[in-house]
Design a protein around this ligand. Structure first.
Ligand code: C2E
Ligand code: CA
Ligand code: CA
Length: 474
């Protein structure tokens, strides 16, 4: 009988393997015994190239993890198996926090190494039967077939988060990586892979906005109101064009006379279907997208324009800078342009930055110096929540305003320690010639207390909530 060619793998005496293609051609003649001609062809190179192609088609080249398409196939297989056996399958959607910051400040080579290490840590913290895949730039999926119980899944989620969170050194720099993680479960019935992933994504987004670096379980009860991360990303594109971003202004009052001395500009998104959104609901998405520059530039320009139309003694405006903005070479030019265009004086503009945004930049001191040379003021926002505290102010002589985080004033009501800390910070700020603004003043008692401590200015719901321009103007 005729046999078609067969491909076979042979192990050589030295342990290496070769692939061969075997053709068998029987020669039949009536009087002779059967003769078979066997032809062996070495196809090792072709086989290797094929498996490289398979690898490339299914795996991500940076991390060697299954890519999105391949991960989804594995998820489907896991769900099919789960439907048959009635076991629980869990999906983790992991989003690396602040990867953009690492890329922007240290370059893509460091960013890649950072991602590879995070991927390795995620892989190492789950079981060998679990699949870890890379969905896109900073997004990973973990598929846990037959996870047992929700409690076990949560335990594993905690392990992923803890193992990613270990300190990391790359090229002489220290990093503290973290992931925000969303958990979704198959109900044993046929949930579709896409649906399950979307649920885990929504849960991840809640983790990211409520408490970065933590996990949340998808809750079908909040499904209808929760904002889909993916949808949001799409909407941002239209938002700028359609002028859906607006600035609200919150008054900052001088103490002790409580006169409004200026306003902080706070970004809002007037979303067509979801109503007025606060930064917590969308800012991360914007800052992580290609719209970060147009949006943050717009904030600065609009804030200067609005401020220039206020009465002379209320013209001061505080604008929050994003981390990417701080590092942009053209920031001084942008600031100058906004001032010229609006006619606002440089000393009426205050740029607010947070400690971590500055500390993540080796060139922070020079950046501030260039800004101060324009005559604008620099405020440290959320002071007291970051790492370095007061000593760190010495490194940045260009800072002239401190905004004490609202956690302190809330804490003063609970414990004596916060009160001592607040007194201490005010004393030191004053001896360094800095202006101290207390944030988050909500009650008469707090206003009174802050005043009595000797703070220079205060901001909070008690003095005024953020409001659209026309109302803030009155
Ligand atoms: P932030 O700079 O610390 O702004 C103060 C936040 O505290 C505002 O929240 C404000 O509404 C809120 N707040 C003010 N007074 C009180 C009070 O008495 N009690 C309480 N509980 N909260 C008070 P908002 O507007 O949601 O902004 C949140 C954060 O979003 C801001 O924190 C800032 O980091 C960021 N952000 C806002 N607008 C912009 C922007 O235009 N650009 C950038 N890069 N970040 C922005
Ligand atoms: Ca601020
Ligand atoms: Ca603040």
């Amino acid at each position: 009988a005729h046999t078609g060619p067969v491909e076979k793998r042979y192990v050589l005496p030295d342990g290496s393997t070769v692939w061969a293609r075997l053709h068998l051609a029987p020669l039949l003649s009536p009087d002779e015994p059967e003769v078979v001609i066997a032809q062996l062809e070495d196809i090792t190179d072709r086989k290797r190239a094929e498996s490289r192609l398979v690898q490339q088609a299914h795996y991500d080249t940076l991390t060697d993890l299954p890519n999105r398409a391949h991960s989804m196939r594995r998820l489907r297989a896991a769900l099919d198996a789960a439907a048959e056996t009635g076991t629980l399958t869990a999906v983790f959607f992991c989003d690396v926090d602040r990867l953009k910051l690492v890329n922007d400040a240290h370059g893509h080579a460091v960013g890649d190494a950072y991602l590879r290490e995070v991927a390795r840590r995620i892989r190492a913290s789950v079981r060998s039967d679990d699949t870890v895949g890379r969905l896109s730039g900073d997004e990973f999926v973990v598929i846990l077939p037959a996870v047992g119980t929700p409690t076990q899944a949560i335990g594993l989620a905690g392990r992923v988060i803890d193992s990613v969170r270990q300190p990391l050194r790359l090229g002489g720099e220290g990093f503290s990586p973290s992931v925000s993680l969303g958990i979704a479960y198959s109900a044993g019935l046929a949930s579709s892979p896409d649906e399950l992933l979307a649920q885990a994504d929504t849960a991840m987004y809640r983790a990211k906005t409520e408490d970065r670096g933590s996990w949340r379980v998808h809750d079908s009860a909040v499904k209808s109101t929760a904002i889909s991360h993916l949808q949001l990303r799409t909407d941002v594109a239209a938002a700028l064009e359609l002028r859906q971003f607006v600035l609200h202004y919150q008054p900052i009052v001088r103490l002790p006379d409580r006169k409004v001395m200026g306003y902080e500009a706070l970004l809002r998104w007037q979303h067509p279907t979801r109503g007025l959104l606060l930064p917590a609901a969308f800012l991360d998405v914007v800052l992580d997208s290609e719209y970060e520059t147009p949006v943050t530039d717009w904030v600065l320009r609009q804030a200067c324009r609005d401020a220039s139309r206020r009465p002379r003694d209320q013209r001061r405006v505080n604008v929050n800078l994003s981390s990417l903005q701080i590092g942009r070479r053209d920031l001084p030019d942008l600031v100058l342009g906004c001032l010229r265009e609006s006619g606002l004086e440089a000393d009426d503009l205050v740029l607010e930055l947070t400690e971590d945004r500055l500390l993540s930049r080796p060139d922070g001191v020079q950046l501030l110096d260039r800004l101060r040379n324009l005559g604008v003021s620099i405020a440290i926002d959320d002071f007291g929540t970051g790492y370095a505290g007061l000593q760190y102010l010495q490194r940045f002589p260009d800072i002239n305003i401190i905004k004490l985080d609202r956690g302190f004033i809330a804490g003063v009501w609970r414990d004596q320690v916060s009160e001592h800390i607040v007194r201490g910070i005010i004393d030191i700020a004053h001896s360094c010639g800095l202006t101290l603004v207390v944030e988050g003043v909500e009650t008469t008692e707090q206003a009174h207390f802050v005043q009595q401590l000797g703070a220079d200015a205060a901001q909070g719901y008690y003095f005024g909530r953020p409001a659209p321009y026309c109302q803030a103007h009155e």
